[in-house]
Design a protein around this ligand. Structure first.
Ligand code: V47
Ligand code: SF4
Length: 737
């Protein structure tokens, strides 16, 4: 029996996962199946409810006597950036939180060498006295140990006194990784695993609840994670006092461990899912969006997590360590992303009691049990049909879009027979890109390409496999292809083809071609024939082209004309969704577009791929995007590749700095996941903007083999020196149409 079936059987029998099974799950690359099982277990325990709370983090000081190697937050007294809030300032911040509707303040900070236990007590008391309605969740086991030692009291005495002035529960920080091999290496002066566990045991015995965390994605190995979770599971068996388990993904700024990369989205989701499966005595697994980013946090709701934490406001610990998720999320935004993950948002207090508010938006009506049953039958029929490799009709695909689980969609998508790379591989296309608007001379453009190609080869030991020429560009929004010079374009294509014969050469701008033909008073076919003769291999949609100014029929017609002229093409299909609120994407229009492309495309024909994107201005969330990729794969019969273009992926987290190692773009977390949900290609990677190695690493992290590929027509790379410019081609004659 394979691993996942045996895990499924263990769970079905109500038995506990062994450490060996948990380790094997970490080593498995079957993300869909792990996610599906975790989702199933979570649904049995929590239904489709997802919790969040309205809270505020107040980190009283970053001055700390310890120097944990992973911590970018702490400062020594007098050091640049060191701060310490007064008790009055803490009360003001708590007051702001209350005004914004918070039910909880979360207070953790450094171990201030001069603050006495009384100061901490006064701080709790002042906040609680000013705002008795607020729950104070404060002080990690590390801080409590520090306070106990300073006050020469036991942990129990410290806890009782703090409880007496208003401490409500303990947060889960300071756990890091318990195993001494790692703990000694990253935070040897911190409380030991045993002390951490014992402090929480004491709190639980005093009737106080707490959370627990695990800091992963640095130097630990999978077996250290399993060991960590085993110790937590044991204490939970003993006391039942943990509210939630929270895996904290390592944020890599300014650490002393030499780690300069974020965790992979693939690892984040697997870790959350395995936690849900292994920690069978925990009701709540929290996807802490501040460290995961909103995108992975939303996806985590399908991977066993049932809590997104809260509105947070002014979190400093991960922010200073490179956290890029933003400082706060509003209540209604959190509700929207939960709803758009097809779950029901429930505001909770710290102890997971539902909070009701007079201004809460009404919940959508549940459909009747009969309707639900017939829907489930139809869904099963559609899935059986897809399982047997049959083509699905629009209504069946729509049923899957609205009601199918993400994992089922992914599983079905990965079985589509014409799927390129059959699941074990994934491709991307490192390219050099030119913007026609910026070309002043062909010779200069060729030189630039040559320099950029050589630089890429030297820097990454990866050579670009293609050149794209962008016709429609935002560089000068007023400039339309009307102003472009067709002669210049043909000259450029010709020069590129002959200077770099081994490279794939494509034009970005399906509509751009149509407009150019109009403006130059030639037919589209004439234009395409010239482009083919000049050496073009393919035409792709430009990211700057909107889908709206040509009809679907006209776009299909354009692709037919390209193919007739001997050119390959790829098409983009955009998913639209209302810009505000939690409205569903327009699945029907999306699926119809895909099916229209599938109808025109003979299997293995010149329509090489569909690129799945979001319409500009649409609010397409990450789990909707993944769903769209899987649905596209199911609907696009006959088309070999579904591209999830890393460079154009819709993201929820603030997005910038694509490809810079220490400022991770959220798309880099999501892209590799799409490869498990029906996509086989991450699209063109402009090597001047994004490291091809970072993308290749993403593919590897997803357990797949990376292929760096050019279009089929070229049959992959050829030998030659692609970036050595042929001097005869620097001054090609101008071509006339
Ligand atoms: O203990 C420090 C971690 C923790 C980094 O209980 C880092 O509800 C990632 O415990 N990268 C504090 N993590 C945060 C914490 C927490 C957060 C949210 C909710 C709850 C809860 C608890 O942050 C520390 C440490 O493990 N941490 N530096 C870093 N570079
Ligand atoms: Fe201090 Fe906590 Fe940072 Fe360690 S993790 S240095 S204890 S603030």
């Amino acid at each position: 029996m394979d691993l996942l079936s045996s895990v499924a059987q263990t769970i079905a029998k109500g038995e506990r996962l062994s450490d060996e099974a948990a380790l094997a799950l970490f080593e498995s690359s079957d993300l869909i199946e792990i996610g599906r099982l975790a989702d199933q277990v979570n649904r049995v325990r929590n239904g489709d409810r997802v919790f969040y709370n309205v809270n505020r983090h107040i980190n009283p000081t970053n001055i700390c006597a310890l120097s944990c190697k992973f911590c970018a937050y702490s400062r020594k007294p007098g050091e640049d950036g060191a701060y310490a809030y007064s008790i009055d300032e803490m009360v003001v911040k708590a007051g702001e939180a209350v005004e914004q509707g918070a039910t909880e303040v979360h207070m953790v900070g450094g171990l201030h060498p001069r603050w006495k236990f009384e100061h901490y007590k006064d701080m709790v008391q002042a906040v609680k006295t000013a705002y008795p309605q607020i729950h104070i969740k404060a002080f990690t086991a590390v801080e409590l140990d520090w306070l106990a030692r300073k006050a020469r009291k036991t942990i129990a005495e410290v806890l009782v006194e703090l409880q007496g002035v208003g401490l409500g529960s303990l947060p889960g920080g300071g756990a890091e990784i318990f195993h001494p091999e790692i703990r000694d290496a990253i935070c040897d002066t911190k409380v030991s695993a045993e002390q951490w566990i014992d402090t929480h045991r004491t709190a639980h015995k005093l009737g106080m609840h707490s959370n627990c965390t695990m800091l992963y994605g640095h130097i630990e190995k999978y077996h250290h994670r399993v060991d960590h979770m085993r110790r937590l599971r044991q204490l939970q068996d003993e006391t039942g006092g943990f509210n939630a388990f929270i895996p904290l993904s390592f944020q890599p700024f300014q650490n002393e461990m030499g780690i300069d990369r974020y965790t992979f989205g693939y690892d984040d989701l697997k870790t959350l899912a395995i936690a849900r499966l292994y920690l069978d005595n925990f009701r709540h697994v929290k996807a802490y969006w501040v460290m995961l980013g909103q995108d992975i946090a939303q996806l985590a709701l399908q991977f066993g997590a049932n809590d997104l934490d809260g509105t947070v406001i002014e979190e400093k610990i991960s922010r200073m360590a490179g956290g890029r998720a933003g400082m706060a999320m509003g209540r209604s935004y959190i509700e929207q992303i939960i709803t758009k993950a097809k779950r029901t948002p429930v505001e909770r207090d710290t102890l997971y009691n539902p909070v009701s508010r007079p201004d809460a938006s009404p919940r959508s009506e549940r459909i009747s049990p009969n309707a639900e049953q017939s829907q489930a039958v139809l869904l099963r029929e559609a899935m059986n049909k897809a399982d047997c490799g049959h083509k699905l009709q629009l209504d069946e695909l729509l049923n899957l879009a609205h009601h199918g689980s993400l994992h089922e969609l992914g599983r079905l998508a990965n079985q589509v027979p014409e799927r390129q790379n059959d699941g074990g591989e994934a491709s991307c296309m490192p390219i050099l890109s030119l913007n026609l608007n910026n070309i002043t001379s062909v010779a200069a453009a060729i030189d630039t390409l040559s320099t950029a190609g050589k630089a890429c080869a030297a820097k990454y030991q990866v050579e670009p496999v293609g050149i794209t020429i962008d016709l429609a560009t935002p560089a000068s929004p007023q400039a339309s292809p009307a102003e472009h010079d067709l002669g210049l374009l043909l000259e450029l294509v010709f020069a590129c083809r002959h200077s770099f014969p081994a490279l794939d050469l494509s034009l970005l701008g399906v509509k751009g071609v149509w407009r150019m033909a109009q403006n130059e008073h030639v037919t589209v076919t004439e234009l395409l024939t010239c482009l083919k003769q000049a050496g073009l291999s393919r035409i792709d949609s430009s990211p700057h082209e909107s889908e709206t100014d040509l009809t679907q029929k006209e776009i299909i017609q354009l692709h037919r004309q390209m193919h007739a002229a001997g050119l390959c093409s790829t098409a983009k299909v955009e998913l639209s969704a209302p810009m505000h609120g939690s409205g569903e994407p327009q699945w029907e229009a999306f699926l119809k577009r895909i099916m229209a492309f599938a109808e025109m495309a003979p299997v293995g024909g010149p329509l090489l791929a569909l690129s799945i994107e979001a319409s500009p201005g649409s609010f397409v969330t990450t789990s909707e995007y993944l769903r769209a990729v899987a649905l596209a794969r199911l609907a696009a019969h006959g088309i070999e590749a579904i591209i999830a273009p890393l460079a154009r992926m819709p993201t929820l987290s603030p997005a910038s700095g694509l490809g810079t190692a220490l400022s991770q773009h959220p798309a880099e977390k999501i892209a590799s996941l799409c490869l498990h949900y029906g996509a086989s290609d991450l699209g063109a990677i402009d090597v001047e903007k994004l490291s091809p190695i970072a993308v290749i690493d993403q593919i590897r992290a997803a357990g797949l083999r990376p292929l760096v590929q050019a279009t089929r027509e070229l049959g992959g790379r050829q030998e030659s020196q692609p970036f050595a410019v042929n001097p005869d081609l620097r001054h090609v004659p101008r071509l006339k149409v």
